[in-house]
Design a protein around this ligand. Sequence first.
Ligand code: FAD
Ligand code: N01
Length: 538
Amino acid sequence: MSATRKLPTELDAVIVGAGFSGLYQLYKLRNLGMRVKVVEAGSDIGGTWYWNRYPGARCDVESMHYSYSFDPELEQEWEWTEKYPSQPEILSYIHHVADRHDLRKDVVLDTKVTAAHYDEDSALWTVRTESGDEVGARYCIMAVGCLSVPKKPEVPGLERFRGDWYHTCDWPESGVDFTGKRVAVIGTGSSGIQAIPIIAKQATELTVFQRTPNFSLPTFNGPIDQGMVADIKSRYREIREESRQSGFGVAIEPPTRSALEVDPDERHHNYEERWRRGNLTGVLQAYTDLLADEEANETAAEFVRGKIREIVDDPETAEKLCPKTYAFGTKRPCLDTGYYETFNSDHVQLVDLKETPLVEITGSGVRTSDREYEVDSLVLATGFDAMTGALLNIDVRGRGGQTLREKWQDGPALYLGLNPAGFPNLFTITGPGSPSVLSNMIVSIEQHVEWITDLVDHMRSSELRTVEATETAEKEWTDHVREVGDMTLYPKTDSWYMGANVPGKPRLLMAYLGGVGPYWQKCQEVAANDYEGFALSA
Ligand code: FAD
Ligand code: N01
């Protein structure tokens, strides 16, 4: 046993990850009277909101909806200050929840899980940490996050760079002051788009390296509207239920018409009104077919391009910022505060990497095929090895010693996005094959945690020892996820949803697009039918 052992040798359940998922799972399993610990690699709880401290980091689901629903007193008491909460505010909310429910005492920090091996005789998981500690547990719950493994740019030379460099998702806790610095940002996804306007305010020169332009809409963020807060708080239960039954985990009026059956002027006015709402679902959910029909999608895409051309003074820069190679919404669209306006400042320049590709990082900056850009600081906003990265970083072995990496060599396969066949008593929260990243994640997290908890409770009360998806159920579900995805425009776009941002990763749509409500209904039906598709044994 290691001298500094932080974990007991035996537990009922080990949860990996102390973000929204792991903390809620801890709360629920502890309430069943189980011996549970959360193991977290970071030095504090919070997950995404602990790691992503870059300037401008905030959520783009409105604060009243991006919050736990399980504690009605908490949702009445907690006061959000802005329409869209900032990273520090979400982190203090998570800390508040942890304190309120005394969760910290069962979280082991600064401890990375390196392996989880299943033993068929004992039906126990042995979970191993980087420091060599081992713990045996009946259940192993992976709450490792879909966006928790940073991806660096695939260009050589970072180790030679003499200035400071930062990845947006591993930002120094003390913050970074770019005043007086020449700064380069590589990447124009949501993280880059949030950080760029703020870095531009500090830096003397800012060079943005863009490989693919993104569609971004304004947040119109500001102090939260107290009338809206009072209204939502007066009917929170009903709103939460509507969110659970909705398509993307946020209750909205679903669209009823095709974009192509509407007169162009009326359509433009509709987009204009929805643009001013300052949210993602407004324009994206204006018509039924925006995510399924290229011609319909083009009407929304061209509307957003029109906005970019209006905002950006220099027509050449504006054209470079206009996405033209994929459908609006099929790469995660962004919400920003002053992103396009930033390119009207003389000290900000845009480098189009499609015209002049990135060649290397040098000792003093960034070299493209055209020239070298000398900078003092480099910000990598290059995203994540999403959805499978954190799971495959752990040496997970199921029945017969099969590794998850072997099982998933052609892409992730799980039943309901919850359990891979051959890996009994192992669950993934918001795993591939569930609505996950294509939803308001808190709604999907709560659904998964509650479903897993009910199953574990059922196992215990029925004196059952193992539960695992059957190969047939897993295959049917995985095929269904693919078929539903193929009815949309998503698979046509190279995005991280498709695994296309990581060289060599299997290319397939990893999240389920059937909608949060229908998915939840399916999970409930499975449970009601004696966990149909799962093999349960004593
Ligand atoms: P995480 O918060 O990612 O937590 C997982 C934890 O597991 C991490 O702390 C990690 O350190 C730990 N971990 C991983 N592997 C190991 C290991 N081997 N050993 C030990 N610990 C490990 N979602 C939305 O719905 N709306 C938004 O507006 C939104 N904004 C986002 C903004 C940013 C910048 C990012 C990166 C994501 C955003 N998301 C958003 C998605 C966000 O990840 C989820 O909403 C949610 O916070 C995920 O919680 P989680 O607990 O599942 O995962
Ligand atoms: O990552 P991304 P992110 N050379 O993958 C570029 C959530 N989130 O951290 O598109 C050059 O979207 C890459 O280019 P390309 C949200 O779900 C939410 O920004 O691959 N460029 C792209 O421009 C989001 O979708 C918020 O061609 C390279 C960028 O880097 C997810 O997290 C805020 C490159 C990466 O964009 C990920 O967002 C932040 C290379 N080798 C995050 N490699 C909210 O606002 C990558 N790029 C809620």
